[in-house]
Ligand binder design. Structure first.
Ligand code: NAP
Length: 449
């Protein structure tokens, strides 16, 4: 592994990389099949990912002809890492077993361990015989859409593919390790003005937000649109806020603390609602929603922007969906990609149909959408929202922080990179974009805002 790291740090040639030996095993973060029942009877909030996420040696699998090995310099925590580590809503070993039954290559994934992680940046070590566009030594970032391009349903929009999967969640050998195995069509060029960890944290959340708001398949936001964003400094919310500002819209961001409100203002979002300070609670009890609270929220939004939102960026799910449907403008869109607080959703359908609103579902992003999002990051138009960096040994602490809603934006994880701040190859662009802008979330986490 040291040889690989030395080659990366020395900027070795593609030929030198091609001559490196692929290690027979590597360190990675994984959960165990034998522990998938460990949380029985434990409340969600009390499940501690530090107990279920292990870091240890994994045998390196072979690569298929359309795959590559990537030496992972850094990765990130996503909420799906939390889901896997608390085995909710289902154990992810079921996904691996299904993939295992599909093909000979799929069988590699059905193991008694599941290496997690759906984001990353690093260097291509070796490419399969069918890979055309990438070579050893290429510096890359990775998106998590894993599709079988021999499946006709994967063409047109690959998110509609019958066998579409999320790498490191529904597949094994994810990004939180020293090496990963991915399909060549998951690779994108690394934004070279960013460090390894800054480049690693974006693809999953940013591409999800891009499809939800900008791409052809969901929100199709126009210049001038008002967009209401739940969790506006969270993983997907912080990219959504930036996309709205960058695309000529007006964001109204919701957060749950004064400190997050300050961060949102510093991002350029003028209209902020602190849901905790305002005491919003849209459920009177487990079975009854409070329409008065929906109205109070709608009134606040009108007070801020003089109008109702054209788009509501929805992901908390059960706790907020009723309010989201209510406050959306006549003819507007509620775009949803998740249900963190519960997936059995309830809303008043009269407010939907009488005002011709639409609920649009969205899930990650296809290769083109991910690529276009990565282009915005490479241009310096959208910034990484990384607030903190952990090393691989402390991946459980990072997952716990995300589980407890204690971190802002994204939490980066160093895999092979020995320290933070390495890998910046375009300092001129970095200077042009501005160190302060790129590191805003880190400065906020250090209490410097
Ligand atoms: P995150 O970093 O934890 O941010 C979510 C934010 O939502 C929190 O910071 C919190 O902000 C807000 N929130 C949480 N619970 C809430 C509630 N009950 N009511 C109102 N606001 C609440 O997570 P993330 O990475 O943004 O992901 C959010 C969800 O989207 C997760 O369920 C994740 O699995 C899902 N997701 C789906 C896809 C996809 O492709 N379908 C992709 C990425 C993420 P405040 O406390 O500051 O309000």
């Amino acid at each position: 592994m040291q040889e690989i790291l030395d080659a990366i740090n020395a900027g070795a040639s593609s030929e030198d990389f091609a001559n490196l030996t692929i290690p027979e095993s590597y360190r990675a973060a994984f959960v165990l099949r034998s522990e998938q029942e460990m949380w029985e009877g434990v409340e969600s909030a009390d499940k501690d990912p530090r107990k279920s996420l292990h870091v240890g040696e994994i045998a390196t699998p072979e690569i298929a002809p359309d795959e590559v090995y990537v030496a992972m310099m850094a990765s990130a925590i996503n909420f799906n890492t939390v889901w896997t580590s608390i085995f909710e809503p289902v154990s992810t070993f079921g996904f691996l077993d299904r993939l295992g039954r599909e093909s000979v290559w799929g069988a590699r994934h059905a193991q008694d361990f599941h290496v997690v992680g759906s984001d990353g940046s690093g260097v291509v070590l070796k490419v399969g015989s069918a890979v055309r566009n990438w070579k050893p030594g290429d510096r890359v970032t990775i998106h998590c859409n894993h599709v079988d391009d021999q499946d006709p349903s994967a063409h047109n929009d690959s998110m509609l593919a019958a066998n579409q999967r999320i790498w490191g969640f529904e597949t094994n050998y994810g990004g939180l390790g020293e090496i990963t195995v991915v399909k060549a069509n998951q690779l994108m060029p690394k934004p070279e003005h960013l460090s390894w960890e800054e480049a690693a944290v974006n693809a999953l959340c940013a591409s999800t937000s891009y499809r939800m708001l900008v791409g052809d398949h969901a929100g199709r936001m126009k210049q001038g649109d008002n967009v209401f964003i739940w969790g506006a400094t969270g993983g997907i919310g912080a990219y959504a806020t930036q996309l709205v500002l960058n695309g000529g819209g007006t964001p109204v961001g919701v957060v749950s603390s004064e400190s997050r409100a300050k961060l949102l203002n510093a991002m350029g979002c003028e209209h902020v609602i602190d849901r905790r300070a305002e005491g919003f609670n849209f459920w009177k009890d487990e079975h009854t929603q409070d329409e008065g609270e929906w109205r109070r929220l709608g009134k606040q939004v009108r007070g801020l922007i003089g109008d109702d939102p054209d788009i509501v960026f929805e992901h908390p799910g059960r706790s907020t969906m009723g309010a989201s449907v209510f406050i959306t403008k006549r003819g507007g869109k509620i775009v949803t990609c998740a249900a963190t607080s519960g997936y059995m959703i309830e809303y008043d359908n009269r407010h939907l149909w009488m005002k011709l609103k639409s609920i649009i579902s969205s899930h990650f992003a296809n290769y083109q959408e991910s690529w276009e999002m990565n282009r915005l990051i490479r241009q310096g138009a959208i910034q990484p929202v990384m607030s903190e960096v952990f090393d691989l040994d402390h991946v459980g602490d990072a997952a716990l922080k995300t589980h407890r809603n204690e971190g802002e934006g994204k939490l980066g994880v160093l895999c092979l990179a020995p320290e933070a701040g390495m890998g910046i190859a375009d300092p001129e662009l970095r200077e042009k974009v501005g160190e302060d802008k790129i590191t805003l979330f880190q400065r906020h986490a250090r209490g410097e805002l």
